[in-house]
Design a protein around this ligand. Sequence first.
Ligand SMILES: *Cc1c(COP(=O)(O)O)cnc(C)c1O
Length: 382
Amino acid sequence: MTKWSLSCSDCEYETGAEKLAGVCPDCGLPLLVRYAELPTSAGMNRLANRPWDMWRYTEFLPIENGEIPVSLGEGATPLVRIPDLEDELELERIWVKDESQNPTGSFKSRGMAAAITRASLDGAPSLVVPTAGNAGVALAAYGARCGLATKVFAPTTTPARILGQIRLFGADLELIEGHIGDCGKAARAFSLETGAFDVSTLKEPFRIEGKKTLGLELAEQLGWTLPDSIVYPTGGGTGLIGMWKAFDELAKSGWIGSNQVKLHSVQSTGCAPVPRAMSEGADAVTAWENPKTVAAGLRVPAPLGGRLMLRALRETGGSAVAVEDSALTQEQRFLGKKGVDAAPEGGATVAGLRHLRASGGVSKGEKVVLFNTGAGWLYDAD
Ligand SMILES: *Cc1c(COP(=O)(O)O)cnc(C)c1O
């Protein structure tokens, strides 16, 4: 018997630990991993002697004893305090979790390490992904690591340095006139034609398990407590949904006492389907027309995980805000002046936090974690 099974995030569908699973065959929405047995609080002691990478949380990951992960040392990223901003915004703590320090320059390393570990163990012949950029870099690197051929579809607007990294790691790169949704259609067609396994966001259940380690690691770094608020730059939503799942599993295991963190989503005003759905009280996200933003990772007009994201935001008492591209690039430069190599998406969390302080979504004295999801150097200088 395997350690986990799969169940639909939306309908009643359930299945075992099927190999190379895609979305729910009944309703087309994402499948999620359910563990037969989560560790008990005593299981925490086993962490002490483990290496500092995301695989230290093996009890919460889709890997069996004796299986070897495809790894480049992903995870174990630092929390960097920004004291000046704490004072200015009257917050007890502001930490930036600096995901730019991952092997491929973004937190996409975590999700791809988990998905490609499973795909390679489960016999995928080759791999394909549509990307706004960083997922393509991660796919190429982890594919190279385990010797599987990779195909990447990216918009022509993707920053040139990101495209260079995708090529460096040896993926077959094809540029598409359009956004990530258009790349998704091309990836699907390629997958049907060649048998390549499609690791698109939430079209297979394991990237989210890797992203979950964002939350597991954060809790451990804070002494198995959670901050009051997390501000997350949202595209496809795997990070947000992954952390939500992580905190739920940690609470069920007794590794954290209470699970009270508010999850907040930040998007660009040029592509803001999540804030729009939140303000309309909708339970699904509708497609954003003509998405435009320099924060490539946020240019996801119709995320498959929309329903799940809205639930995560509402059930935790969080919110969603949209910020102008001019504000997010200004805050990207602000983080740079503090020594943090922030992507535009990372800058968006500072801009978002300012909004949230003004709106009351984040109150005086809170402890807040911002996610710098990727490295600034990967985006072309103006
Ligand atoms: C992919 C990406 C995002 C969006 O991530 P999701 O978890 O899918 O919402 C944000 N920032 C950067 C730098 C990214 O590459």
